[in-house]
Each structure stands twice: as C-alpha cells, then as structure tokens.
Design a protein around this ligand. Structure first.
Ligand SMILES: [Zn+2]
Ligand SMILES: [Zn+2]
Ligand SMILES: [Zn+2]
Length: 280
C-alpha cells in the first residue's frame, strides 16, 4: 500500500489563511515542510481519505489523476474535510476522458445530506448519477473492489456521527485517525475482534506538543497514549509505522522541532508530499 500525505494541516492551514502569528510568519519565510495544506491522504492512486477545498491544488502539486480515484472516505462535514461543490465538475462538459466512470463517497448521514444540499443547485443530473454515496455508521465493515473499509466512531463534534477509518488491502491494514480526540481502548479491542491488523497509523496532532483537553483533537502526548492503547489491544502488526498529522498553526514548534520531539516517542511527523510504502 502506498500512502501519500497530500495535506497535513488543520482547517486554517499553515500558514493560516489570514494569520501573521510567529508560526505562520516563520512558515512563510521557511517554506518547504513548514507549509501545510488542508488534510488529505491518497492511498494507492485510487482512494482518497477526505476531500478538502485544497483537493484541486493537491492534484496540481502532486500531479495525480483525480478521475482515477474510485472512492473517497470522508470523516465529517467540516470544510477542511469535505468540499462537495467540486463534485459538480466531475463530468462533461467540465471533465472529459475521465479514467473511472463513477466515484463512491463513503460518509456519515450528515455529510451525505451536505453533499446533496451543497451540490443541488449546480450539479448536472448526469454527473450526480456518477457520484455514488454510501452512508456508513461506526463499525460498519464493507468491501469495495478488494479494499476492506471499517468505519470507526471519532470523538469530535456533537450532532454528527463523525467517522475515522481502518482500511485493508493486500494484507496491509492502515488506520486513519483524524479529526478525533482520544478514543476509548474498547474501540481498538472491537477492531481487533473484527480481525484488523494495523501496520500503518496516522493520528490527529492538531495541538502539536499540547494536549487535547477539549476532547475534539489530540496533541503529541495523546497520540503516544493512543499508540499504547492500540498496542494493548494487540492491534498492531509487527513494526508498525506511526505518523502524527493534521497540525494547527497554534502548534508551538516548526517541522524540525516537532520531528525531534515526536522521534523521542517513536512517532514520525507527516508533511505535505510525505510518501510511505507499507508492505505486509
Ligand atoms: Zn480538520
Ligand atoms: Zn498563525
Ligand atoms: Zn473537524
């Protein structure tokens, strides 16, 4: 499984759109790995994890064929994870010679309603029919073209069944845990009982070296704690690869500083363009 972090920021981006705080001024001056766009991950060129407003920019910067993407797993309705209006462009006369005839969108009921509502005014009926929405609930276990997808309950926003995901293909299992606060160990035990095995994990680190007192996101200490719970549940495969991602500009350290701190905990720090080949 090839996993590519296309974007690794929280909603505001780093530097944040309207911000001149020291972190953002430093990020603009340094560029490179200190520039973070809204969170999105590409799996094996045919699956996207989340669909932020930066998706179009990601196709330009990382040069991939968005029409070849067969499925999108959307976590929740926040704008940095779901920009449904772009789907209006997925067909003639706006798109021609597309690689795949349709796209499956896995999401919760809130996101389903948001997609239908936000595209409703503009989407052509013949384009709408190629967007196949599949509504999921926590612990739903589905297979799409050889990829196993398990939805998990995130701890994020009230009034919406926010999801995070476990996916598995070719003997490789990967866990994508943003946006979420600390999950209960029972989530991992139940996933283990479903036969999952985690070789790769990417976890929410919105608060940088801070901690997730709000319960909606996590910081490095929370990530380390979650890694312990995953290990306690016997869910890890041998030599798991663990990344922190989804960083806010309120993070107190730049990329190099964060990388040093995380390394002490055996955790890697994602950056835009970071590509990981995960083997069984
Ligand atoms: Zn987010
Ligand atoms: Zn800032
Ligand atoms: Zn969110």
């Amino acid at each position: 499984m090839r996993i590519k972090f296309l974007g690794t920021a929280a909603a505001e981006g780093v530097p944040a759109v309207f911000c001149n705080c020291p972190t953002c001024v430093n990020a603009r001056a340094k560029g490179g790995k200190d520039i973070r766009t809204r969170s999105q991950i590409l799996i094996d060129d045919d699956t996207l994890f989340d669909f932020p407003m930066d998706t179009y920019m990601h196709t330009l910067v990382h040069n991939f064929d968005l029409s070849a993407v067969k499925r999108v797993l959307i976590t929740h309705s926040h704008m940095d994870h779901c920009y449904p209006q772009e789907l209006c462009m997925r067909g003639a006369p706006f798109a021609k010679n597309m690689t795949e005839p349709s796209i499956a969108v896995y999401c919760n009921a809130t996101v389903r309603d948001m997609i239908l509502g936000d595209t409703g005014r503009e989407i052509r009926p013949e384009i709408a029919s190629t967007v196949k929405i599949k509504t999921l609930h926590p612990f739903d276990d589905v297979t799409s073209d050889g990829m196993r997808i398990i939805a998990l309950p995130a701890r994020h926003t009230k009034g919406e069944e926010c999801l995070v995901y476990y996916v598995e293909r070719g003997g490789v299992g990967a866990l994508f845990l943003n946006d979420t606060g600390r999950l209960d160990g029972q989530v991992y035990s139940r996933l283990k009982a479903m036969g999952a095995s985690v070789k790769f994990a990417a976890l929410d680190c919105t608060y940088g070296t801070g901690s997730g007192t709000s319960g909606r996101h996590m910081g490095l200490g929370d990530v380390a704690e979650q890694v312990g719970l995953i290990r306690d549940a016997g869910l890890f495969a041998r030599d798991p690869i663990i990344y922190a991602t989804h960083f806010s500009h309120n993070t107190d350290l730049d990329f190099d500083g964060m990388r040093e701190k995380a390394a002490e905990l055996g955790i890697l720090v994602a950056y835009d363009g970071c590509t990981v080949d995960v083997n069984a």
